[in-house]
Design a protein around this ligand. Structure first.
Ligand code: NIG
Ligand code: FE
Length: 411
């Protein structure tokens, strides 16, 4: 039995004695911190924690590995509930086009964007995709991520979508980061279906979906519900088929326009609806009282210079909110959850406590891992951040751009 004791912790943050679902509204501002604390881990799970003065009895363990965390904080590792971490090539050329004045949507219309990534992915062998994605996983782990959701969606053909999801399956086997997989065949219409979009929807439903489910390659189904992408009706059809096949929805919606997709997601009991840079009152009404988590992606807003999701307003309406990176080569080439925390505070006006809860416990729930991860709770998997010596917890979002993580401990 392996045992680890972290002692003299300056602040043990994100303590939840028990948790029953994602934090909603004003609950997000409640972050329990135990000062001068210890935390014990047995066989990869949190077995005990408390004040240093209550440590008696634990010191006589045999084979105890000890970390002295003097001056440092311990908190749950980040749970990044929305990413496109598997991709073939970066897209700096489009970045420069945008600097020169083209918009993200204009680049997409020209055959750039998602279709650009799909062309590049089609040519890349599975092993190379795995190797590159593993490197990205190591990178985000060094910034504090201990769990991540990863989407397909750069395949856009039966073979390439399956290839992407098999890559994600290999990542689950080869990485110690907790991973959930999402089938996003409905990310964009391939050029050959431009004039016959419903035929592509049929392909997703009748050919891709049965194979994805048959090979047990995904937990979730996603659709990019957006003008020039998938309509609300097409989203409805795809989600209905996905749910019937046993997948749960987690969708892209309201990034650039309000199309009624939020209500459709809620209708299908989506685990989360993500982006929401544009929101109307009807969307908020749909989310109120539902079990669907509203997920903001502030690094995407930052990179594309589009509005930030009105998370403050969502919280005022007692809605559960999570924040994630959206790590992808087009709209968010960063998987850094510390930066998400900084933007949440600086641009969305969340408190540091709200930002931490949105990127830990609520991110975990947005991947249905809330019972396993996302808080300091006895019995949960010990995916934790040990910070460097820092003056306060608030320093984490304040010192944007700095890596305050000394070590991400996985189980
Ligand atoms: O979440 N909006 C759709 N999908 C991604 C971007 C994909 C891309 O540009 O490659 C997003 O922003
Ligand atoms: Fe995305």
């Amino acid at each position: 039995m392996s045992k680890l004791l972290i002692k003299n912790i300056k602040g043990l943050a994100g303590v939840l004695e028990n948790n029953n679902g994602p934090l909603k509204g004003s609950e997000l501002d409640q972050l329990t911190v135990i000062e001068n604390a210890f935390l014990a881990i047995e066989d990869g799970r949190i077995s005990m924690y408390g004040k240093m003065e209550d440590l008696a009895g634990i010191t006589d363990w045999n084979d105890l590995e000890v970390i002295d965390a003097e001056g440092k904080y311990v908190l749950p590792a980040f749970c990044d509930s929305h990413s496109h971490l598997v991709f073939a090539k970066t897209r700096e050329d489009e970045f420069v086009d945008r600097i020169k004045g083209l918009s993200y949507e204009e680049i997409g219309k020209k055959g750039g964007g998602i279709l650009n990534s799909a062309r590049k992915l089609a040519d890349m062998p599975e092993e190379q995709l795995v190797e590159d994605a593993l490197k990205r996983l190591e990178l985000i782990k060094s910034y504090g991520t201990g769990a991540i959701e990863i989407k397909s969606g750069y395949g856009l053909s039966v073979d390439a979508e399956l290839k992407m999801l098999r890559v994600v399956k290999k990542l689950k086997q080869q990485s110690d980061v907790a991973i959930k997989a999402t089938f996003l065949g409905a990310h964009a219409f391939p050029t050959e279906y431009k004039e016959n979009q419903d035929a592509y929807v049929d392909l997703i439903i009748n050919e891709m979906l049965p194979k994805v489910v048959g090979e047990d390659l995904a937990e979730y189904i996603d659709v990019f519900c957006e003008r020039n992408y998938f309509t609300a009706e097409q989203t409805d059809r795809i989600l209905e088929a996905g749910v019937k096949a046993g997948l749960k929805p987690k969708i892209h919606v309201n990034q650039f326009s309000v199309m009624g997709g939020v209500g459709i997601g809620v209708k299908h009991n989506a685990v989360s609806v993500d982006h929401l840079e544009e929101l109307d009152e009807k969307d908020i009404e749909a989310l109120k009282g539902s079990s669907t988590i509203a997920t903001g992606l502030p690094s995407c807003s930052f990179f594309l210079s589009i509005p930030y999701t009105p998370v403050r307003k969502l919280l005022d309406n007692n809605i559960a909110c999570a924040l994630a990176t959206d790590f992808n080569p087009g709209s968010t080439p960063s998987g850094n959850m510390q930066f998400v925390n900084a933007l949440a505070c600086i641009k969305m006006k969340l408190t540091p406590a709200e930002a931490l809860n949105a990127t830990t416990i609520n991110g975990a729930y947005a991947m249905e891992l809330g019972d396993e991860l996302g808080s300091i709770t006895v019995g949960k998997k010990a995916n934790l951040i040990l910070t460097k010596e820092i003056p306060s917890l608030e320093y984490i979002p304040y010192s944007f751009g700095e890596n305050v993580v000394e070590q991400t401990i996985i189980a």
